[in-house]
Design a protein around this ligand. Structure first.
Ligand code: PEP
Ligand code: MN
Length: 263
């Protein structure tokens, strides 16, 4: 169902007034985690002004250590929904556990399935029966074939609105947190009709590489980006080192609107 032979035309996924997979790239921006009302509202207003199409914010966080901040849970979703309403931005947040799906669904416009859950088949089937678009992140060491098979689980349950998101894979390189596999973009475009976004924040782990890899992702044909933005990255409760400040996000968005040299 994810294949081009089944569906030759690229899929366009509508979220409110935003179309993912349409003519214009869509940028999803916001903090790794929702931390407070002030933090999410300030970020939402700022990224909206800069041209973001959707607001992100984690409430249930898949942290490597059980002692790290785990997210605000339902309270975080309420704050995210409030910031979305105030700014008019549709919102996206991760659902980690099939048990929480019905609750998360009440607050978000798009369900995010994280890299660590790409092969949680029970969760894939359950979001496949949900009436919300799903952003499916590539697993930490998943091949493109495995990733598309996970999309297949969702599509096969009847939900046609799957958005893929390349977020870097594990390699021997340690300078960056992951290795952003931009070749996945043309490969997915060749194999599938599903839209593909790129997350250069998790893909590199360092804010200074986010803007160049965002430009590269769009040049490779990505349908948009997912970028972590925080008003004060140094005090962020998760993923501060890879988060852009509000100012840096604004400059990046301006740059992305400039045509490439020679065009
Ligand atoms: C995130 O988007 O904050 C996140 C946890 O991403 P990933 O699942 O790609 O690690
Ligand atoms: Mn994060």
């Amino acid at each position: 169902l994810a294949g081009r032979s089944f569906h030759p035309e690229p899929s366009r996924i509508r979220v409110g007034e935003v179309v993912i997979g349409g003519e214009d790239p869509v940028v999803i921006a916001g903090p790794c985690s929702v931390e407070s009302r002030e933090q999410i509202l300030e970020t939402a207003r700022s990224v909206k002004k800069a041209g973001a199409g959707l607001l992100r914010g984690g409430a249930f966080k898949p942290r490597s250590s059980p002692y790290s901040f785990q997210g605000l849970g339902e309270e975080g979703l309420k704050l995210l929904a409030e910031a979305g309403e105030e700014t008019g931005l549709p919102v996206i947040s991760e659902v980690m556990d099939p048990e929480n799906l019905d609750m998360v669904k009440e607050y978000v416009d798009v369900l995010q399935l994280g890299a660590r859950n790409m092969q949680n088949f029970h969760l894939l089937k359950k979001v496949g029966r949900a009436d919300k678009p799903v952003l499916l992140k590539r697993g930490l060491s998943a091949t493109i074939e495995e990733w598309l098979m996970s999309a297949e689980y969702i599509l096969n349950e009847g939900n046609p609105n799957v958005i893929l998101c390349e977020r870097g894979i594990r390699t021997f390189e340690t300078h960056t947190r992951n290795t952003l596999d931009l070749s996945a973009v043309p490969v997915i475009k060749h194999l599938s009709h599903l839209p593909i976004l790129v997350d250069p924040s998790h893909g590199t782990g360092k804010w200074r590489y986010v803007a160049p890899m965002s430009r590269a992702a769009l040049a490779a044909g990505a349908d948009g980006l997912m970028v972590e933005v925080h008003p004060d990255p140094e005090s962020a409760l998760s993923d501060g080192p890879q988060s852009l400040t509000l100012e840096n996000f604004h400059s990046m968005m301006k740059e992305l609107h400039q045509p490439a040299v020679g065009m």
